[in-house]
Design a protein around this ligand. Structure first.
Ligand SMILES: O=C(O)c1cc(=O)[nH]c(=O)n1[C@@H]1O[C@H](COP(=O)(O)O)[C@@H](O)[C@H]1O
Length: 237
């Protein structure tokens, strides 16, 4: 694990996936003190844009993981990153499959923010995909091989880390070193449903494997008492 001094609870980013502004704001307030940060992504951003993000995070709110998974030509991705800088996200996502030039353009655009720059994380193989899904899009290699290849490419392209499933954390840590950030969704406590996630582990297993940060959504947000669910997860770390 590359950042052992950070408290386990603060390693969790709660994925607030909703189009309802009040729900997102309420969830953000209730769980901000329990977990390390809030992830807002496509569903929320398409519905409410930057104004909605500011409403949920506020001036001195929790760290923001802005998960837009950008994937376009380098110039367009760089422009998207620069447009997101005023929101001061701690993390921003792009897709590794956009290739090295796109990833470098994203890293350069983030660097233009100076010391406050967001960390750029590149998505490897989505945690909702398995070997059959990869094969369906023409990638007839084991999932782990493809993830390792994409993670090494991301590192060479000077982004800060990757998004990967817990199943590949150990192999990426070994291949890419202790400072490469591993943001890990596909996290399910033993008592939670997998939903559409295919490559999953429990929070404790993912941290033990070497994850820096865990992304957890529905096991918290789908609970009748999200704050209690978040506390239960923290107690199991
Ligand atoms: O980039 C991501 O955060 C991401 C990548 C990935 O491979 N899999 C994945 O689930 N995610 C995100 O992580 C969150 C997982 O949510 P839950 O499945 O509800 O815990 C969602 O917001 C996804 O968009």
């Amino acid at each position: 694990m590359s950042t052992p001094s950070i408290a386990p609870a603060s390693r969790i980013f709660c994925a607030v996936d909703t189009t309802d502004l009040d729900t997102a704001r309420d969830l953000g307030r209730r769980i901000a003190g329990v977990v390390g940060g809030i992830k807002l992504g496509l569903e929320f951003f398409i519905a409410h844009g930057p104004t909605g993000i500011r409403t949920v995070i506020g001036e001195d709110g929790p760290p923001l993981f802005l998960d837009l998974k950008l994937h376009d030509i380098p110039n367009t991705v760089a422009g998207g990153i620069r447009a997101a800088l005023p929101l001061k996200p701690a993390f921003l996502t792009i897709h590794t499959s956009g290739g090295p030039a796109m990833m470098r353009a994203a890293a350069d655009a983030a660097a233009s923010a100076g010391a406050d720059r967001p960390k750029i994380l590149a998505v490897t193989v989505l945690t909702s995909m398995d070997a059959a899904d990869l094969q369906a899009v023409g990638q007839s290699v084991p999932v782990a091989d493809q993830v390792k290849r994409l993670a090494l490419l991301a590192k060479e392209s000077e982004v800060d880390g990757v998004v990967c499933s817990p199943a590949e954390v150990a192999l990426i840590r070994e291949a890419c070193g202790p400072d490469f950030i591993l943001m890990v969704p596909g996290i399910r406590p033993a008592w939670a449903a997998a939903n559409d996630q295919k490559r999953v582990m429990t929070p404790a297993e993912a941290l033990a494997a070497g994850a820096d940060h865990l992304v957890i959504g529905r096991p918290i947000t789908g609970d009748a008492d999200p704050e209690a669910a978040a506390r239960r997860i923290v107690s199991e770390l």
